[in-house]
Design a protein around this ligand. Structure first.
Ligand code: NDP
Length: 273
């Protein structure tokens, strides 16, 4: 029997996996462009989309958010969320709580991130602090402020001891360049001091949160999306956002407590710390 392997640019196997709902509610940070925007698009367009997708974006009415603003989909709520601002994070958590009407939040994808040219000569205190503030402090404050909503979601599965993204989870979007073990083989190609150091710190945040939140039934892991064609990844990157995100969503769907506190790539392969 003929079975098409690709439909609408997405593999049939991926479509089958997405036929089950990934979770009821999800927050994606930095969702106005690049990987975040494609995450929101694929989640919303899946056969069984989450009931609520909170699309975090630091400037919802700005010129860089036009594409997100045009996504009129019942399940998407655009939320003002600047991950460098504790006030913005706190207000976003209140808004999400109100919209959930007593339910918990199942999944947070900490996707917002920045990179800057980062050789040693180009890097000073300010560059380190700015990148660290977005890539590490933001995800930490988000985990802290949204923790009660994640706990509430986990508690809605009273008979489950296992962890999953449909129950309660945080995915920190990291990178291969965060791996200390792999640094000798890729440092000369992309020195990037602030970015590498910040993402290695993000991985430690993942490990700390995974241990801390285990008692609450919340899964926490780091995920490398691959080298992807976005403003950050550049046009020569081998993966399109469509390819990276359809693969990432397969990995996200399959996560269990075994993967809590790990760093995986978009194909589910383990990356050493
Ligand atoms: P882009 O530069 O294309 O997009 C970055 C996104 O993050 C934008 O939506 C941007 O919003 C948002 N953002 C930045 N700072 C903030 C902030 N303070 N508050 C809220 N949102 C913010 O990058 P990608 O889509 O490529 O990257 C997404 C994630 O994937 C990052 O964490 C990155 O490190 C990671 N990654 C990407 C790779 C790649 O090859 N592309 C490889 C490995 C990891 P705004 O428009 O307002 O600036």
């Amino acid at each position: 029997m003929y079975m098409p392997s690709i439909v609408d640019g997405v593999k049939v196997t991926d479509k089958l996996i997405m036929a089950s709902r990934i979770c009821d509610s999800v927050l994606v940070t930095g969702s106005n462009r690049g990987i975040g925007l494609e995450l929101v698009r694929q989640l919303a367009d899946s056969p069984l989309p989450p009931v609520q997708i909170f699309a975090g974006c630091r400037d919802p009415n700005g010129p860089r958010s036009q594409e997100l603003a045009q996504k009129h989909h019942d399940v998407i709520t655009v939320v003002q969320l600047d991950t460098t601002s504790p006030t913005s994070i706190a207000e976003a958590s209140k808004l999400v709580e109100a919209k959930l009407k007593g339910k918990g939040l199942n999944l947070i994808i900490n996707n917002a991130g920045v990179n800057i040219p980062g050789s040693l000569v180009e890097t000073g205190k300010q560059e380190m602090v700015d990148v660290f503030t977005t890539n590490v402090v933001g995800p930490m404050l988000i985990a802290k402020d949204f923790h009660p909503l994640l706990c509430k979601a986990a508690a809605q599965f009273p008979h489950q001891t296992s962890m999953s993204c449909s129950r309660s989870a945080i995915i920190n979007v990291s990178t291969l360049l965060s791996s200390i073990k792999r640094c000798p083989e890729n440092f000369s190609v992309s020195p990037m001091y602030p970015y590498r150091v910040s993402k290695a710190a993000l991985n430690m945040l993942t490990c700390c949160l995974a241990e801390d939140f285990r008692k609450d039934g919340i899964l926490v892991m780091s995920l490398h999306p691959g080298w992807v064609q976005t403003e950050m990844g550049g046009p020569e990157a081998p993966l399109t956002t469509l390819e990276s995100i359809s693969s990432m969503l397969k990995v996200i769907t399959s996560l269990t407590e075994k993967e809590s506190g790990t760093l995986l790539d978009w194909e589910g392969k383990n990356i050493p710390w």
